[in-house]
Design a protein around this ligand. Structure first.
Ligand code: IVH
Length: 692
């Protein structure tokens, strides 16, 4: 490679790596695996070594991570927070060992620890009390996330035993795999309830526990962080005066002060013992309740650590051995197609079962037609399956040399497997849809599930499983049918559940009490306000906020069913697309019949005017941002703004009309508002504005 070529490649690699760093640290949404990232970084390192003149000071090889976000106060680390060198190979690990022995001789020990896959934190304790917790940031300074870290149960706010008056402790914050699954499921349901399209959901969910943990720690509201049930292992104590001679002893000491230190560490006499520690966890790591991505190997004796010292970026006395994402080889049995609740089609590869990362894999998602094309997949192909950070395994490649001579290329289906309607693929979208939203079974079930959900009609006693069961029994076809159900029909009813991930079907039966709960829940839903009824109808793109706006503007179902697309599109922040969906929904004869039946059953079809609510147009056309604390709750204040025709917005921009300033407003906001010359009013001035 000549200098010019190297220059171009270095610029390209730097740019790519910076983008990936941003996705990983700031957005918590990485798009490539650690392994792929490390390969790019190593390529850049090698090129910079070959062409030292081309090294830029801001090259990703010169920097540590970078998780600084705008919303937190920056704090300088008392001791720089360095990263570790890493390797994926035994050979490189042996080279590390040789370098160490060259530096300090043969009389030393190693400590092997698990490399927890979370995010690094540095916590300062003063006189036994947590003073401050800071993220790694760029290694020199990071985000002050003390309030959030205080919500983590396993990190002590106050210490016990004999601790030094001032010290820093470093560790990793993470989320347990089970918690991750639970919270991601909840997030999925919330998004569905907010009217987000099913095929847009995967990109809104967290890809793995690490991203969920890091996204959580960067939240502004500590009460929310507390719900995320984060956990932490601490693994390094920094003091000005040495407390112990070895790292292993310091871990024990930290444990005696009340810190959670992992039991999975070992003092090793030589690199062979280190290697067998690594091999031991290669498989058994999947049995841990949290994810690890490797093993960290540290020289145990502090005096040796000091002799070895640091390079510009990493210690010479430690290294991380990282496990590669596991791959298995198996055969494709067939491709089947799932129809989602919104009609989105997902192709699924059904595989000859194979062991991978501690579980038996039988299926892998193929995402869409483009992915099948990309893989160039044929019938009964031999495929490579990988389980990276993500939970659903994916096919990473095909072994074409093993392909059967007469094998046929996989042809994407043209008809919906559930209702035989020709599929459609919208311009610019990768996903195929079944357009038969009125009759396609999974879509009907989806609509009913949405209808009964918590944020919509909130029908207690009735869940998704029962809805699907009642549908398959022929008892309900639309949500209006729910209101015709009778206790005698439900009591004692037996039905089969839908196939689970393993392809098994379980049975359920409704008992007396369950039947009664359902009937009562259905009856109670008749009191649910109009705006939520509107949301519950499941009109495409009509989430809670849009439903609320429509209800406020048109006031009754009757009126809304009469107005034209332009009238709807004219409502503030409701665009053409949403408006078209609304009119199309109401133009459909069957939908009109269903709504008529809901009306007959006594559901709320008009907004209820609260006589105590002052309504005016005093703030018409003006936008407000509420920040800080007030004598009333922020929600009450926002309600006042809405009731007087104003609009609440979420962030400061040039177009903001007023910032309502309360106590304890963040300095950043204040500065931004001042810079942009935004008028600021306090609570009393605001109340004057809407008075009389
Ligand atoms: S020691 C100077 N020990 O991995 C030594 N790090 O790739 C600093 N990590 O920045 C780190 N488990 O975020 C250490 N048992 C462990 C670890 C660990 C996970 C993380 C940490 C570090 C990164 C390095």
């Amino acid at each position: 490679m000549n200098v010019e070529e190297a220059k171009t490649r270095i610029a390209h690699l730097s740019k790519t790596l910076k983008e990936h760093n941003h996705k990983y640290y700031v957005l918590s949404q990485p798009s490539i695996s650690d392994y792929e990232f490390d390969l790019l970084l190593k390529e850049l390192e090698a090129l910079e070594k070959e062409f030292p003149n081309l090294v830029q000071t801001d090259s990703p090889t010169q920097q540590v991570g970078g998780d600084i976000t705008k919303n937190f106060t920056q704090v300088k680390h008392r001791y720089p927070m360095l990263s570790l060198g890493n390797t994926y190979s035994e050979e490189e690990l042996k080279e590390f060992d040789e370098r160490v022995r060259k530096g300090i001789g043969n009389y030393f020990t190693y400590v092997c620890e698990l490399k927890f896959d979370g995010l690094a934190i540095s916590i300062t304790y003063e006189n036994g009390k947590m003073l401050r917790a800071v993220t790694r940031g760029d290694g020199v300074q990071g985000d002050d996330v003390t309030a959030n870290v205080k919500t983590i149960q396993s990190i002590p706010k106050e210490l016990k035993g004999h601790y030094p008056p001032l010290f820093d402790i470093r560790g990793e914050i993470f989320m347990h795999k089970k918690t991750f699954e639970r919270l991601n499921n909840e997030l999925r349901n919330d998004l569905l309830n907010q009217g987000v399209d099913e095929d847009k959901i995967p990109e809104r969910l967290y890809k793995n526990p690490r991203n969920f943990a890091s996204g959580s720690l960067k939240m502004q509201d500590s009460k929310e962080v507390a719900k995320r049930a984060l956990d932490a292992f601490l693994y390094f104590v920094y003091t000005d005066n040495e407390l112990t001679e070895t790292h292993a002893e310091s871990l024990k000491l930290a444990e005696s002060w009340g810190f959670q230190v992992s039991d999975h560490f070992k003092v090793c006499q030589n690199i062979e013992e280190v290697m067998s520690f690594i091999k031991g966890y290669e498989n058994s790591r999947h049995e841990l309740s949290y994810e690890i991505d490797g093993v960290v190997i540290k020289v145990n004796e502090y005096r040796h650590q000091q002799d070895l010292g640091f390079t510009a970026k990493i210690p010479r006395w430690a290294i991380a051995y990282k496990y590669k994402a596991e791959t298995a080889v198996t055969k494709l049995r067939e491709v089947t197609y799932q129809v989602g609740r919104t009609g989105a089609i997902t192709p699924v590869a059904n595989l000859v079962p194979v062991q991978l990362a501690g579980t038996t894999v039988k299926r892998a998602s193929l995402y869409n037609a483009d992915e099948i094309e990309r893989l160039n997949l044929f019938d009964h192909d031999t495929v490579f399956v990988e389980k990276g950070g993500e939970i659903i395994p994916k096919i990473t490649g095909v072994d074409e040399s093993k392909r059967d001579l007469f094998a046929q290329k996989i042809q994407y289906i043209q008809l919906c497997p559930e209702c035989q309607t020709p599929l459609v693929r919208k311009e610019g979208e990768v996903v195929h849809y079944c357009p038969n939203d009125l009759h396609c079974p999974p879509q009907l079930i989806g609509k009913m599930e949405h209808f009964i959900s918590r944020r919509a009609m909130n029908i207690e006693g009735l869940g998704s499983e029962t809805i699907a069961g009642l549908f398959h029994k022929g008892l309900i076809h639309s949500y209006a049918d729910l209101y015709d159900l009778r206790y005698e029909q439900l009591n004692g009813l037996e039905f089969e559940l839908e196939e689970d991930a393993e392809g098994k079907r379980k049975k359920r039966s409704i008992k007396e009490k369950g039947a009664l709960n359902m009937i009562n829940g259905i009856e109670a839903s008749k009191q649910i306000p109009f705006e939520r009824v509107l949301f519950a109808l499941g009109i495409r793109m009509v989430g809670e906020t849009v439903a609320k706006k429509l209800a406020q503007k048109f006031e009754t179902m009757e009126q809304l069913m009469l107005v034209r697309t332009e009238d709807i599109a004219g409502v503030y922040e409701i665009g053409e697309k949403i408006a078209e969906n609304v009119t199309r929904f109401f133009a459909d004869e069957e939908n009109r019949k269903i709504i008529e039946r809901l009306k007959q059953h006594g559901l709320q079809m008009a907004i209820q005017i609260d006589p105590n609510e002052v309504k005016s147009t005093k703030l018409e056309g003006k936008s407000f941002l509420v920040s800080g604390t007030f004598s009333m709750s922020r929600d009450e204040l926002k309600k006042l703004i809405e009731n007087n025709g104003g609009r609440n917005v979420g962030s400061i921009s040039k177009s903001l009309d007023y910032l309502i300033v309360g106590d304890k407003m963040g300095p950043e906001k204040l500065k931004k508002a001042t810079d942009l010359n935004i008028p600021m009013v306090d609570e009393n001035t605001f109340l004057e504005m809407i008075k009389g």
